[in-house]
Design a protein around this ligand. Structure first.
Ligand SMILES: C[S@@+](CC[C@H](N)C(=O)[O-])C[C@H]1O[C@@H](n2cnc3c(N)ncnc32)[C@H](O)[C@@H]1O
Length: 138
């Protein structure tokens, strides 16, 4: 099982965005249901453990509302998805640069470039974060 731990003092670091949200549209995501679910959640959490984080709609909702008081442990059996969380946590600036490059290349020859990126993924046996996020956006 793959997991990542987020420090909840992130919000006190300079320039940290005060809200974050799912970075992929994930089958079964709970974004549309948060209004219905919210009353069922405890008012706050000490340590928050999400065993099937997926796109993280519930996690981001609780985090953005400061309801996670200590650490958050995000877990999912999908290695490509967990790799995205790791890369976003560890080196988001490099990922943004790669995505900008992908967007530029895509704009030159959309169809050909889309299939080229998809082929990279298949040959490597897993979806690298930039490709997963890129393909998810198209
Ligand atoms: C419906 S999404 C989770 C929704 C998410 N918690 C939210 O807040 O929107 C389902 C996720 O559960 C993961 N999953 C399914 N079975 C699992 C298992 N046995 N262990 C860990 N993760 C699992 C899938 O990989 C997928 O990413």
């Amino acid at each position: 099982m793959l997991a990542t731990k987020l420090p909840t003092d992130l919000k006190t670091t300079p320039n940290f965005l005060t809200t974050a949200g799912p970075f992929v549209t994930w089958a079964g995501g709970k974004t549309q249901l948060l209004g219905q679910f919210d009353d069922l959640f405890p008012p706050d959490f000490n340590n928050y453990i999400e065993p099937m984080v997926g796109g993280g709609a519930v996690f981001f909702h609780l985090f953005n509302n400061s309801r996670i008081k200590h650490d958050a442990f995000l877990i999912d059996s999908n290695p490509e998805l967990m790799n995205c969380y790791f890369v976003i946590k560890e080196d988001v600036d490099s990922l943004i640069l790669e995505l900008q490059w992908l967007a530029e290349e895509y704009n030159k020859e959309p169809k050909e470039f889309f299939y080229r990126v998809r082929k990279w993924d298949r040959s490597s046996g897993f979806l690298r974060p930039r490709s997963l996020l890129f393909i998810g956006e198209i």
